[in-house]
Ligand binder design. Structure first.
Ligand code: FE2
Length: 312
């Protein structure tokens, strides 16, 4: 509704200029003028949202919690935020991750425009996510589960907020490189030839290149995790045969989460292992396949879930 003579525009709830939905987030651009943007975020319980520094970025950013409950992670620090709390950044110097503990609504205001670059990033990620789903008989559930388990391990290992952000992206997109592997190889029911297997082994490199080519800083960082997710702690993995601490911690985490999820899921060629059998395999591979610290963190998370009677 316009009251032109008064210079007033009245909008009803839900009448946003632009809307984007992505992985548990609904984002609405409510108003923008001369670079200033007012954006409303709705984070579903468990969803994460982040803001971080950008070179030459000098703007006021302001977040006001309308309802719900979330926590803010800055480096290794955590802060609880509730309705009425607010965060001011001028300019932001470290990545901040906001994780919704309940369904949460907040207003994000910034004195420089972000919505367009931001929704473009989201669209690119969405496309990449869909591309993964269409390949290799995976579903988005597989990627989401790996992302969730990886984040639990990352938090347990007290990774810094920026590393958690890259882990979140790298875990979800770990197999994105498979979009460059022919279906005739990926979906071949018979045993693969050596040449075909060599081609499959290139998917971490393809994935790295796809993410790097987006030119988005956080995806470029996540590319390292994607590139190394099949490396082994003992150096017998691929593509580079990196070992121990040469492998980025994010990739070591995704490796454990990916293996556990693959083992406990039915595939066309075999039935799922029980959780206990899968855990036994992780323990057996600790120090050879997997980083022992990561296996240890995973086991304690598993035990905690079990104690609470919840399923991981
Ligand atoms: Fe993979």
């Amino acid at each position: 509704m316009h009251f032109k003579e008064h210079g007033v525009i009245l909008k009803k709830a839900g009448e946003a200029i632009e809307k984007v939905s992505y992985r548990g987030m609904d984002i609405e651009l409510l108003a923008s003028y001369d670079g200033t943007e007012i954006i409303k975020h709705y984070l579903h319980k468990g969803a994460r949202w982040s803001v971080g520094p950008t070179p030459n970025w000098d703007a006021l950013e302001f977040i006001y919690i309308l309802s719900g409950e979330l926590h803010l992670l800055i480096d290794e620090n955590q802060y609880q935020l509730n309705s009425g709390d607010y965060v001011k950044m001028l300019p932001i110097k470290s990545t901040c991750i906001f994780q919704a503990d309940e369904n949460t609504e907040f207003i994000y205001a910034t004195s420089k425009p972000v919505f367009h670059s931001y929704s473009q990033t989201i669209e690119q990620l969405k496309d990449l996510g869909i591309a993964v789903e269409e390949k290799d008989g995976y579903t988005a559930d597989h990627c989401s589960r790996i992302m969730r388990i990886s984040m639990l391990i990352g938090e347990r290992l007290k990774l810094r907020a920026t590393e958690l952000l890259y882990l979140n992206l790298g875990a979800f997109l770990h197999d994105i490189g498979k979009i460059h592997i022919p279906d005739s190889i990926l979906q071949k029911p018979e045993k693969l030839t050596k040449e075909e297997w060599d081609e499959i082994k290139k998917h971490p490199i393809y994935g790295h290149d796809i993410l790097t080519q987006t030119n988005l800083p956080s995806l470029i960082q996540a590319a390292k995790i994607v590139e190394q997710h099949h490396e082994r702690y003992d150096g017998k993995g691929y593509p580079y045969g990196l070992k121990e601490n040469e492998i980025t911690i994010g990739a070591s985490i995704v490796s454990v989460a990916d293996s556990y999820d693959a083992m406990t899921t039915d595939r066309v060629y075999r039935k799922a292992l029980t959780e206990e059998e899968a855990l036994a395999q992780l323990i057996e591979g600790s120090g050879s396949m997997y980083n022992p610290e990561v296996v240890q963190a995973f086991l304690s998370i598993y035990e905690n879930f079990k104690k609470r009677g919840e399923k991981l």
